[in-house]
Design a protein around this ligand. Structure first.
Ligand SMILES: [Fe+2]
Length: 431
């Protein structure tokens, strides 16, 4: 491990600090997403998870503060916290100074551990804590996204890139061939348990949208009354649309004069028609059905992103080059999406763009283990708790996905009606 792991850990901590620094003090004990913990939890959880996993569990180290280690491992039961009045709710959680003092000591001990040369036996725990923090940074931003603009400070000079006409709708043909899902344990330095072992599938020929479905295309569905017609929706999704009175994507807002807006991270902007639409899997599925298509399977996504005409598979859709800003919108390169069609250098061998970046891509595949799955020792509940047929695989990356996570086998998953993720989609036809 050594210096590389220490550098990555410090880079993670620095970025987390910058994310928390975007927020006003009044946001600290609030809970912008009801199913998630209040913000205070996450400032303690990130260092606590690293400390618990590496120093305590893997290396058998002593506690710093058993109460805080337990609190920040799991949090306070959301029911308990919801029942309390706002003033009491803040009291359930420690003062920020206590959270930060704990975090500083946890960081000191984690960095000390990461600096030890004998850590090779614990490579899985080391990678797990590093990727865990990187993944949380994205989910923190989903929460920040829901806070009032007045509680966030926009970084100097940042402006969402909204200009540009939506690209022409075009479908690309992908011939039949093999797609690799998953990877063998020996062949990569680290993967989460759900990425193992390798699985190869035959994928019949299909055609797939060159670009993500944009706000412009999705607006046609909304204007055609797509949210009023049961036939486009799965049964449970239709119940949800009706009972929650959902009439458009969560990221959209409508003024009395009928104008549509996008709720961005720091600003509300007139709906950027060229941006990929961010929607739930339920909405993506309904749109696809309305347009006479469907969502890709996980195997089709793999084939479209990583396959090539000579039968070999690529490391990234664009090839072997290290991911950079010219290939797509990821690694915190923007706080919002960018227009579809602006990163042709990231196209796959079949000419399909933005498969990695600018928004995760919903698939029609439920999140399930590959045959031979084994839960990982350092974090056994990571995937296994979600193999319930209720979660769907998302692939690719969003603007808030760290570049360390951009590997072909990385899998993300959410429930079909989870509306907060930076998740878009494209349609396929065939087979
Ligand atoms: Fe976590």
């Amino acid at each position: 491990m050594g210096q590389g792991a220490v550098d990555w850990y410090r880079r993670n901590r620095e970025r987390s600090r910058r994310l928390f620094d975007l927020l006003g003090a009044e946001a600290y004990y609030t809970q912008p997403i009801a199913l998630r913990h209040p913000i205070v939890f996450y400032e303690g959880h990130l260092p606590a998870f690293s400390f618990n996993t590496l120093v305590k569990k893997a290396l058998g180290g002593e506690s710093i503060d058993p109460r805080l280690e337990a609190l920040f491992a799991r949090g306070i039961d959301p029911h308990e916290s919801a029942a309390a009045r706002p003033a009491e709710r803040a009291n359930l959680w420690p003062a920020r100074t206590a959270v930060q003092a704990f975090a500083d000591e946890a960081d000191r001990q984690v960095i000390d551990a990461l600096s030890q040369p004998h850590l090779l036996n614990n490579a899985e725990a080391v990678h797990a804590i590093l990727e865990h923090e990187a993944m949380h940074q994205e989910t923190l931003l989903y929460m920040w996204h829901r806070l009032p603009f007045s509680q966030k400070t926009k970084p100097k000079g940042y402006q969402p890139r909204t200009a540009g006409a939506p690209p022409r709708v075009q479908v690309m043909d992908v011939p039949s061939g093999r797609a690799t899902l998953g990877v063998s344990r020996e062949s990569i330095p680290f993967g989460w348990d759900n990425e193992f072992p390798a699985l190869s599938e035959d994928v019949p020929a299909f055609s797939i949208d060159r670009h993500n479905v944009t706000n412009a295309r999705y607006l046609e569905f909304v204007q055609a009354g797509g949210y009023d017609e049961e036939r486009w929706w799965n049964g449970d999704d239709w119940q949800w649309i009706r009972s929650e009175r959902i009439a458009h994507p969560l990221f959209w807002e409508r003024e009395a004069d009928g104008a549509w807006y996008w709720r961005g991270m720091f600003d509300r902007v007139l709906l950027p028609l060229a941006w990929p639409v961010y929607v739930t899997q339920a909405e993506a599925t309904a749109f696809a059905r309305w347009s006479g298509a469907r969502l890709p399977t996980e195997a089709e996504f793999q084939r479209a992103a990583y396959g090539s005409p000579d039968g070999s598979e690529r490391v990234h859709p664009w090839g072997d080059d290290t991911p950079s800003a010219r290939h797509g919108v990821f690694d915190f390169g923007s706080w919002d999406p960018e227009p579809a069609g602006t990163h042709p250098d990231g196209a796959s061998a079949w000419g399909v763009e933005d498969l990695v970046g600018n928004g995760w891509e919903w698939t029609g595949s439920t999140f399930a283990p590959f045959p031979g799955f084994r839960a990982m020792a350092s974090y056994p509940e990571y995937s296994a708790d979600f193999f319930d047929g209720q979660h769907f695989v998302m692939k690719g990356a969003s603007p808030a996905t760290a570049r360390e996570l951009l590997r072909p086998t990385f899998r993300n998953w959410f429930r079909a009606r989870y509306p907060y993720a930076y998740a878009t989609f494209r349609c396929v036809q065939g087979a």
